[in-house]
Design a protein around this ligand. Structure first.
Ligand code: NAP
Ligand code: ZN
Ligand code: ZN
Length: 349
């Protein structure tokens, strides 16, 4: 067994604390990764705090993992020792349903195995995420990471990156499109980078006036304060697409009204509850609302390769492990620029 140091939530109320556990030795198809950086996603907070229902405690969050391979199983052909590697939101799936066969394992009909808050397939062994020193994962669920990019900024691509890349690609967003990004946090800042990189005209919709200059630097052409009613009125019927990344309860109808005819709002933010949807906000302009969940392994690799080619990384604030509870508090106040990333070396001391 491999001894692992970690930080865990022991319940929904108390702060995360140190936790030690064991992982199984690498299986024939697995690699062992020494974790170097782990991003902090708002989903970690929702899960740890029980926003989406009861969690499996002790819970070791973290699904934006980058590190170096330190061991490979005897059947591993895709990776070798010493290589950089990444792990995202899931570590297994059924591999035989139509979604898995189409490379969209996130929609596995039997349910994907989450990187944390899940059980290893067919067992009662909980999965533990990236707020830990090492992880073992089947090679088919591991991503190649370029040596060219700043590794700290790569970690958030494994969730925030793919979650915004995937719907923009699915909707073929590009030149001539007006895209609004709602909420400038981890997902939002990656949505701005990708949408502008794909050639769209991007407007940042935010509740935080202090983020305007950064939004423009990230690639937004316009910035609008959604707390100002006159601004909201002036933006009615403007956008082809809205990427909604908001983590807290809000009224979808308000933002649907900003879509022009045939416009689509993509829900990627996952607040635990919402306001009722009004039929007329959709009917009158043939508007659509759709959801999107991370991305499959194939598309995640495509996204990482796109980022390496176009020099795209996340803007991060690197923290020590024991800062995690403060980071959660700050994210709940929208005080994040624009992703916290844990330096896992701080766990080893
Ligand atoms: P984050 O970094 O905390 O950013 C969320 C942003 O939303 C805030 O910075 C803030 O931006 C805005 N916001 C917060 N409360 C708001 C409110 N009441 N009204 C309007 N805007 C508000 O969170 P994240 O990590 O990007 O995650 C965002 C959401 O996506 C979470 O719910 C997470 O669970 C979900 N998620 C979904 C997927 C998926 O596959 N669909 C994947 C990852 C995460 P401003 O300061 O600009 O207003
Ligand atoms: Zn996430
Ligand atoms: Zn499947």
């Amino acid at each position: 067994m491999i001894q692992v140091k970690a930080f865990a939530a022991y319940d929904a109320e108390t702060p995360l604390k140190p936790f030690e556990f064991e992982r199984k030795e690498v299986g024939p198809n697995q690699v062992q990764i020494e974790i170097l950086y782990s991003g902090v996603c708002h989903s970690d907070i929702h899960t740890a705090k029980g926003d989406w229902g009861p969690a499996i405690y002790p819970l070791v969050p973290g699904h934006e993992i980058v590190g170096r391979i330190v061991k490979t199983g005897e059947n591993v052909t895709k990776f070798s020792e010493g290589e950089l590697a990444g792990v995202g939101c899931f570590v297994d799936s059924c591999r035989k349903c139509s979604s898995c066969l189409e490379g969209e394992e996130q929609f596995c009909e039997e349910g994907m195995t989450g990187t944390y808050n899940s059980y290893e397939r067919g067992t009662t062994t909980p999965t533990y995420g990236g707020y830990s020193t090492t992880i073992t994962v089947d090679q088919d669920y591991v991503l190649h990471v370029s040596e060219k990019l700043d590794l700290k900024g790569v970690a958030p691509l494994l969730c925030a990156g793919i979650t915004t890349y995937s719907p923009l690609r699915y909707l073929k967003v590009g030149k001539g499109h007006k895209v609004a990004v709602l909420g400038l946090g981890g997902l939002g800042h990656m949505a701005v980078k990708f949408a502008s990189s794909f050639g769209a005209e991007v407007t940042m919709l935010s509740t935080s006036p202090s983020k305007e200059a950064d939004a423009k630097e990230l690639g937004a052409h316009n910035f609008a304060l959604i707390t100002d009613p006159a601004t909201m009125e002036s933006l009615a019927n403007s956008f082809d697409f809205i990427i909604n990344t908001v983590s807290a309860k809000h009224d979808y109808n308000t933002y649907l009204n900003l879509l022009r005819k045939n416009g689509t709002m993509v829900i990627v933010g996952a607040p635990p509850a919402g306001e009722p949807l009004q039929a007329f906000t959709l009917i009158f302009k043939r508007r659509a609302i759709m959801g999107s969940l991370i991305g499959g392994i194939k598309e995640t690799q495509e996204m990482l390769d796109y980022c390496a080619e176009h020099n795209i990384t996340s803007d991060v604030e690197v923290i020590d492990m024991d800062y995690i509870n403060t980071a959660y508090e700050r994210m709940n106040k929208s005080d994040v620029k624009y992703r916290f990333v844990i330096d896992i070396a701080s766990l080893k001391n």
